[in-house]
Design a protein around this ligand. Structure first.
Ligand code: GMT
Length: 387
């Protein structure tokens, strides 16, 4: 198949707020902008997907819960829908983002079809599918089976490739294709957003963005913020991908009520990221940490725990500061030093923005995915000649 022939790509992912769904939506949008035909299949439309972009289609999965089922099943209706969309639109590739249940549903869909109608299945592992579910005896064998039967496997970091081989014992080659972030233009000015947040020009605004899952260690985030020497000059903005209410008591106990600002389920994240001066991320495990890259793209450096794939995103000491997991005093010290030294913060931020553009832009990363798709498709003469 010539490199000039546009590809027809199906993408299945979680449509909700979370790194894998955000990346999958952005990838589909970029592929369509490059002339490829993109079909999203999920139980809801991915929340960041534009509604009117050309060559982007959405196919909802209908889930029927029968009285016999104690839990509604998603994997089988998803696999059936993926097979139907593949057959109807002649898909070249089915790209599953996050192994559970998307990787299994994708190979099931492919195997339902006659050989000449079968798309190639690519699975991208994003993090907790390996680092959490890969340790779960109820999931690991099924994930391994789905990966062994995929036509291509990618992970979003070198760290995650290593963990996938170690925890899931996959014998197949795994390609590392890092995440990307292409910032949209903010809809409001930095000053207007800081005014909305009640942040004075002289104050330093710290930023944390995540879905608040336990692995993010929001307890450490709040405890670190509370022990800052520079606390009177700081505020903390939390862009929460889920309800923050479970942490409200901790905020009160630490006496942070007037310094912690929360915004839940924000779609226009760029408005708020541009308003921040410093990121703070305290995860105990992260395969990549898209939120750090989003901040870097706006020249906002981060202080973060040195875990997982984060050292592949942040050049420690050059575009941010990494601190060993468990050294909460070290996190607070690093924040204090950067709050007290705006010139160093600005230098880190400028380098962070350049690194985001040079290593993690859509231009660099989307080309990697397209090249990977074409190599996978070329490996199947039957499929290549069928078009
Ligand atoms: O736990 C989350 O952050 C959500 C999760 C997901 O899959 O939606 O994020 C994972 O995928 C992101 C996109 O590839 C990565 O940036 C995150 O580091 C990763 N999360 C973890 O590894 C904990």
């Amino acid at each position: 198949m010539s490199d000039l022939v546009p590809l027809k790509i199906g993408i299945t992912c979680y449509p909700s707020v979370g790194g894998s769904g955000i990346l999958a939506s952005a990838l589909g949008e970029e592929l369509a902008q490059r002339g490829h035909e993109v079909h999203f299949v999920s139980y809801e439309r991915p929340f960041r997907l534009p509604t009117d972009a050309p060559r982007i289609h959405f196919h909802p999965v209908e889930i029927n819960s029968y009285g016999l089922f104690k839990y509604p099943d998603y994997t089988l209706p998803l696999s059936t829908k993926l097979a139907e969309v593949s057959r109807t639109h002649g898909l070249d590739v089915l790209h599953a983002h996050y192994a559970v249940p998307h990787a299994t549903a994708a190979i099931l869909a492919r195997d339902m079809l006659p050989p000449h109608q079968r798309p190639k299945v690519v699975t991208t592992l994003h993090g907790t599918d390996t680092t959490l579910l890969g340790r779960d005896a109820g999931y690991s064998p099924a994930i391994r089976h789905a990966l062994e039967h995929a036509d291509g496997i990618t992970t979003v970091s070198e760290f995650l490739r290593g963990e996938t081989h170690r925890l899931i014992a996959v014998q197949r080659p795994i390609e590392v294709i890092h995440n990307f972030f292409e910032p949209r233009a903010p809809t409001r000015s930095r000053d207007a957003v800081r005014q909305e947040l009640g942040v004075a020009p002289a104050e330093t605004l710290l930023l944390h963005a995540s879905n608040l899952r336990p692995v993010k260690r929001i307890d450490v985030l709040l405890e670190t913020f509370s022990r800052l020497q520079t606390l009177p000059a700081c505020k903390l903005l939390i862009l929460a991908g889920s309800e923050f209410a479970p942490y409200a008591a901790t905020v009160e106990r630490l006496g942070l009520g007037d310094r912690v600002i929360v915004r839940e389920n924000i779609i226009a994240i760029e408005d708020y990221i541009q308003a921040a001066d410093l990121g703070l991320f305290t995860s105990e495990s992260e395969s990549f940490c898209l939120s750090i890259l989003e901040a870097m793209a706006f020249g906002c450096p981060s202080v973060a725990t040195r875990v997982g794939g984060i050292p592949e995103v942040v050049a420690d000491g050059e575009t941010g500061v990494l601190v060993p997991l468990g050294d909460n005093a070290g996190l607070a010290r690093a924040i204090d030093e950067l709050v007290a030294n705006p010139a160093r913060r600005a230098a880190l931020g400028a380098a962070a923005k350049q690194r985001a553009r040079e290593k993690f832009s859509a231009e660099v990363i989307v080309a990697r995915y397209i090249d990977f798709y074409r190599r996978i498709c070329a490996a199947d003469p039957l499929r290549a000649s069928a078009r």
